[in-house]
Every structure is written in C-alpha cells, then in structure tokens.
Design a protein around this ligand. Structure first.
Ligand code: NAP
Length: 480
C-alpha cells in the first residue's frame, strides 16, 4: 500500500487518534490515488488547542513580519504549480489547464494578503467632549476553523487561510474528504514556508464530528465555510450558541441573460466559461439561461456548434476541456435534472446522456447538454444542478426577465449580455446578486469581493473585504 498521508497539527505530521484511514479515488478512472489518515473531533480539538496556544505570539508579530511568511508561501505555491495541478486533476477530475489556473489563483491570494496585511488601519475620531479622545483598533478575531469544498480544493483553502493569517488569526483547516491530497501538499509547502508551529493546522476527517468540535469549542472564535447551503445553515445554527462569527460562501443558481442586442458569439463564449468550466461544478455556474425570443434559436444553434468542439475526457489529458463529475452521486443528480426536464416537455438540443463508451466507462462523465423549451416548473430551473447542462428559457420583456432571474432563494452570481449601456446599469442595479458579470462570463479576481445575497451566504472573500471578516473592531476611550 502507498504511504498514508497524515494531518498537520502543531507543526507535526500526525495520524488520526482513531487510527482510521480513507482511500482517495480518481473520478476519471476509479483508480486509487492516495490514502489519508482520517480523523474526527478529537483531532480537531488538538488542532484548536495548538492554534489557541500559537495565537498570542502570531497576532503580536508586526504585519510586516507576518507578510514575509505569506510571501514565502506565495513563491512556493507558484513554483509547485504543475505538481499541485496534477494532484487536483487526479483527485477531482479538473482539466489540467484549469487546475494550473486554480493554483495560480491560490498563489495570488497569498501574495495579495501578504500586501494587504500591512494595511489594517485603525481610526481616530473627534470626540464630542474636550477631555476625551477616541481611538479605534482593528484586531484579529482569534482561532478560525475553516471548512472547504472539493470543487476548488486549493484555491478555496487559500482564500480562507491567507486573509486569516494576514489579519493575525491562527487557523484549523478541514478540507473536503474527496480532495485532501492537494490540501496536504499545500500544507507541506506551509511547513517549508516556516510558519511558527500551531499557526496553521490541517485536520482531515469526519465532517459532522469535526464540525461539531468547531461549533462547541469556545477557543475557536470563527467558522469560515464554503459549501452547500444545507451544511452552511447547520453551522450557522450551531455557531449561534456561542455567538461565534461565521462567513458562509454557499450555493448558487446563476441566471445568464442574453438580450437581442448582445454580441452572440461573445455571449456563447461567456456562457461556455460560466457553465462548463470545472464541468459545471462551480457555485457561480450558470444554472438558468434566459435568451430573448428574437435570438433564442440563433443562440441555441451557435451554442450546440461550440459544444461539438469541446473535448470531454480525463482531466490529465492536455486537450480536455470538460472533465468528469466528481462522483456517482453528482452524476446521478445531473441525469435526474435532465430526465425531469424531459418528462415535463424539455427538448434535448445536444447531449443528454451519461458517456459510457471506451475509457468513459470507468468515470463519471455526462455529455455537455443543452435543453430547450424549459419552464420554471422543472427542477433545473430552481435547484442547483452542478453539472454540464444548459437549460434555455425564452423571454420577451426586460422587467419580466429581471423578476424571473431574482425569483430564487439564491443570490450569488448573475450574467448579462447586452450592448446597451443604460441597460447595463439597470441590470447591475436590479439583479439581487453579490456578483454581476456584464458581458463577462468569468467575473472573479483576487481583489474583488466574492460572496452572495440571500441563502448564498454571509460575508465576502477577496481584497480588503476578505480581510474584514477576520478582524474585530475595538473602541478605546482615553480620558485626558
Ligand atoms: P458540502 O457537502 O456542504 O461540503 C463542503 C464542506 O463541508 C466539505 O468539507 C464537507 O466535508 C463539509 N461538511 C459536510 N457536512 C458537514 C457537517 N455536518 N459539518 C461540518 N462540515 C461538513 O458541499 P459540497 O457538495 O462538497 O460542495 C458543493 C457546494 O459548495 C455547492 O452548493 C456549491 O455551490 C458550494 N460552493 C460555494 C462556493 C461559494 O464561494 N459560494 C464556492 C464553491 C462551492 P466532506 O467533504 O467530508 O463531506
């Protein structure tokens, strides 16, 4: 058997208290790609203790000193780009080109927050009385528990730990159980970067047990979570008992609206980016495509032509554009959404099936699919699909399409394609979403705020907004 990869707690590689291990599989082939030590709340408790003990010294370092560690990590992650990308691709199926982009995105976060760490400013405020002075300090929250999903297994970690460490917090990370190998490699780099022991800890293991320890342990001040709305609500409820801070990056159901004056070729490319990247497994993925009646047929034709050129396959092959889904459960959900749409009158314009021929038989592949004649009653119109399926809904009227786009409990990302400047502003203002891409199918950058309205979450990652989530505000009143 291959070597069992361990957890990183208090600067040491340790095995789970329970002695349990877990095998990790490649969703493209079903092959085992590694074995990890699989812990629980007891290991999380050790890690929280270590992070708690490390907090006073770490938080008292100057920002410039903390920044040096983050810079070291930036360099190490950048230089390990190919290796980390290969691990991501092997454990969750992402095409290599995209996986390299993800690793560079993670490195960018470490660099950005190495800089931003130095810009945590307080304030002085003029007093209403002559014998007092008001000073406002920004201070780190304390120990942070971070929980991340499998779909961006390195960058989601970076987006949490980089701002937390920059602010002066210490961290315990629990990555997704299907993608711990890339997190473990990242922690080997964290060790090499020289962070003091206990400042950043990694616990791989049972989600409920570790989550419970995060909620119950009073030494942990904040839970930062990216994942499903269902689990986000559980954590928020549990955290409320100790009024712990939470940041939640949850599910989405993005509308993509194409007006008749849009550049249709650009819109097709934008849709391809927003729908098929990561095989449709992104929280900001388009889930509903609204196309104006006048251009709906032309748009569908162009889209189907584009999909014919898209190469589906093992993410490790250089020419693969669309990889497999992460596991059988994910594939079943996608096929269920397709069947449900068909049974309610949806017409399949492209794809529609699981791929089972040749090498595809070993993995969880779904054909890139386009469904027309979609109505609001179909599951795909209101549930997150998380797969490579585009449902096309036709519309006639701007006000009606805005109302339809907003008619969801989610509010993460929305997309609009139009050449009308006034309409661009109306859409930007009226869509109830945390992120609006106007003629842009890929609206994410390290320095921009990322997060959702409504049940898509609380808080923001990215730029100075992301740093705010790890800081407390303290008012100091000086009597003089
Ligand atoms: P998930 O089931 O909620 O899992 C996310 C993380 O939570 C994993 O580490 C998981 O561990 C852990 N977890 C599961 N049950 C838990 C519990 N009871 N207590 C504590 N932790 C628990 O979500 P997923 O299906 O892996 O990820 C896809 C979802 O994430 C989608 O809804 C997507 O939209 C959302 N997402 C949102 C964003 C954003 O920024 N808004 C970004 C990416 C993804 P295990 O892996 O061990 O189960």
């Amino acid at each position: 058997m291959d070597q069992v990869k361990q957890m990183f707690v208090n600067g040491e590689w340790i095995s789970a208290e329970s002695g349990e291990t877990l095998q990790i599989f490649n969703p493209a082939t079903g092959d085992t790609v590694g074995t990890v030590s699989f812990g629980d709340g007891r290991d999380a408790k050790k890690a929280i203790d270590a992070a708690h003990a490390a907090f006073p010294a770490w938080s008292r370092l100057t920002a410039r000193e903390r920044s040096k560690y983050l810079y070291n990590l930036y360099e190490l992650v950048r230089n390990s780009r190919d290796e980390l990308a290969a691990i991501i691709s092997a454990e969750m199926g992402k095409p290599l080109r995209e996986a390299k982009g993800e690793v560079l995105g993670a490195a960018d976060n470490f660099m950005w927050y190495a800089e931003e760490a130095k810009r945590v400013y307080g304030e002085t405020i003029p007093s209403s009385v002559p014998n007092k002075r008001i000073m406002v300090l920004r201070q780190p929250l304390g120990v942070v528990g971070a929980i991340t999903p499998w779909n961006f297994p390195v960058n989601m970690v970076a987006r949490k730990i980089a701002p937390a460490l920059a602010a002066g917090c210490t961290v315990v990370l629990k990555p997704a159980e299907s993608t711990p190998l890339s997190a473990i490699r990242l922690f080997e780099l964290i060790e090499q970067a020289g962070f003091p022991k206990g400042v950043v800890n990694l616990v791989v293991g049972k989600p409920e047990s570790i989550g419970q320890e995060f909620m119950d342990n009073p030494k942990l001040q904040k839970i930062g979570f990216t994942g499903s709305t269902r689990v986000g609500k559980l954590l928020m409820e549990g955290a409320a008992k100790q009024v712990k801070r939470v940041s939640l990056e949850l599910g989405g159901h993005a509308p993509f609206i194409v007006f008749p004056d849009a550049d249709l070729d650009a819109a097709v490319e934008g849709l391809f980016e927003s729908k098929f990247r990561n095989s449709g497994q992104m929280c900001i993925c388009t889930n509903r495509l609204y196309v104006h009646d006048e251009v709906a047929d032309a748009f569908a034709e162009k889209l189907v032509e584009r999909l014919k050129k898209a190469k589906v396959g093992d993410g490790r092959n250089k020419d693969t554009e669309i990889g497999p889904l992460v596991n059988e459960r994910a594939l079943k959900k996608v096929l269920d959404h397709i069947d449900d749409a068909k049974s309610k009158g949806g017409r399949i314009a492209a794809g529609g099936n699981r791929l089972t021929e040749g090498d595809y038989a070993k993995g969880f592949y779904c054909e890139p699919t386009v469904i027309t004649d979609v109505t609001e009653e179909m599951k795909i119109a209101y549930e997150e699909t998380f797969g490579p399926v585009v449902p096309i809904i036709r519309f006639q009227d701007e006000a009606a399409v805005v109302a339809a786009a907003n008619n969801t409990r989610y509010g993460l990302a929305a997309y609009v394609y139009t050449k009308d400047n006034a309409r661009c502003f109306r859409m930007a203002e009226q869509l109830e979403y945390g992120i609006v891409g106007i003629n842009d199918g890929s609206p994410t950058q390290t320095q921009a705020p990322f997060g959702g309205f409504k049940e898509s979450g609380i808080g923001r990652e990215g730029g100075h907004f992301g740093l705010e989530e790890y800081l407390e505000t303290k008012f100091v009143s000086f009597g003089i």
